[in-house]
Design a protein around this ligand. Sequence first.
Ligand code: HEC
Length: 117
Amino acid sequence: MKPIRSAGLLRRVIGISAAALLAMSASAALASPFPKGNAAAGKKLHDPRCMSCHNSMFPDKNGTQLYSDDMFRKATNGAQLRGMIEFCNNRTQSGWFEEEIQHVGRYLNDNYYKFTK
Ligand code: HEC
């Protein structure tokens, strides 16, 4: 009983790390202006702090247009996106440091801006 269970566990651990390796090589292939960021961590930081104010700027309450729609978005490269994240970070006194800025930048860039530099 015991050896079978641990073999299954071992296989599951190997399966997960193979998937993680694949994901890592895939993301390394795509250049990002936020190479140290983690998009999922960025979403967790971004949504509670940043969404409601951006949503309130639009009649349909969809603040993501600020990032996705050429009518509204101003950033044209990673450095400008970073500048806007820092600007809103300072203004909201979120107190984010480099690590958090990388996460949020990665999240916004992977999902909306798609800048490669
Ligand atoms: C109190 C309201 C408010 C909050 C809270 C806020 N923002 Fe903003 N944000 C704005 C406004 C207003 C603009 C548009 C500024 C402009 O176009 O000059 C903007 C623009 C941006 C842009 C630039 C979009 C573009 O490409 O032009 C980014 C990126 C951004 N905000 C990120 C954030 C992040 C990250 C947070 C959370 C830390 C945040 N914002 C919180 C009001 C807010």
